[in-house]
Design a protein around this ligand. Sequence first.
Ligand SMILES: C[S@@+](CC[C@H](N)C(=O)[O-])C[C@H]1O[C@@H](n2cnc3c(N)ncnc32)[C@H](O)[C@@H]1O
Length: 237
Amino acid sequence: MFTRAEARRFVPRGDEDPQRDPALAWELLYRLEPDLYDRLATAERLHPAVVAWLPREVGTIAEVGAGTGRLTLELIDRAQRIAAVEPALGLRRILRRKLAAADHGNRVTVTQGFFDELPLPDDFADLVLSCSAFTTAPEHGGEAGLTEMERVCKPHGRVAIVWPNHLDWLAARGYEYVSFPGPMSAVFASHRDAVQLAEIFYPEAVREVRRRGRRTVPFDVLGINPPRDLAFKVLAA
Ligand SMILES: C[S@@+](CC[C@H](N)C(=O)[O-])C[C@H]1O[C@@H](n2cnc3c(N)ncnc32)[C@H](O)[C@@H]1O
C-alpha cells in the first residue's frame, strides 16, 4: 500500500514490524483506515489559543503533513494562498472533501510530498507549519525536514511546529516554545464513538471512558499531552 517514495522512507529494509514500531503502525492506519484516523483527529481538537496565536493576515501558508485538515481548516480565512502537503493518498482525499465543503475559494491546494523533499520553491511562504506530524526521525522530518521547512519560508517568515515533541532538539535549533494552560478534553462524536476509539487507541482508558458516559473526555483520562503548545522560529532576513 506504500508508494515507492513512501516505502523508501517508512519501510526501507522491507521487514519492519508495525507491532514493534508505532510510527509505522500509524502510517499503515493513515492508508488502511483513513476515516478512522479522521474520527480520532477530529475529536482531539487543538487548544483555541494555539490557533489564535497564529498570524491572522498572511500572504502564503505552507502546511506539511496536513492529514485530514485539523489545522488546515482553521487557516483558510487567514491567507491568500495555502499549500497543504500530505503524503498519504487517503488523507488527502478526506482533506479535499472537507475543503470543498468549507468553501475555501480555491485558496488551498493539496499536494503529495514529504518533509525532506517539499514540492515548493525557496521563500514560498510567510508561515510554514506542521501539526502533530514533525519528529526528529528522518522519515518524519528530522534535520533534512526542518531545513526544508526553513528553505520554503521567506526571510522574516515564521516556521511553527504545533503539538511538538523533542523540545530540546527544537530549542537547540533556535525554536522558542509556547504552551497555553487550562483543562482540555477530546470531544468525540458521541459517547459510543468515545468508547470505540478508546478501545482502539487508548485501551487503558476504556473503563473510565465507559463509566463517565460522556462524549467529552479529558486528555488526562486518555493519558496523553493535550494539543496545547507549539515551537516556532522567526527566520532572519
Ligand atoms: C498524526 S498525523 C497529523 C495530521 C494533521 N496534521 C493533524 O494534525 O491532524 C501525522 C501526519 O504526518 C504525515 N507524515 C508522515 N510522514 C511524513 C513525511 N515524511 N512528510 C510529510 N508528512 C508526513 C502523515 O501522513 C500524517 O498526515
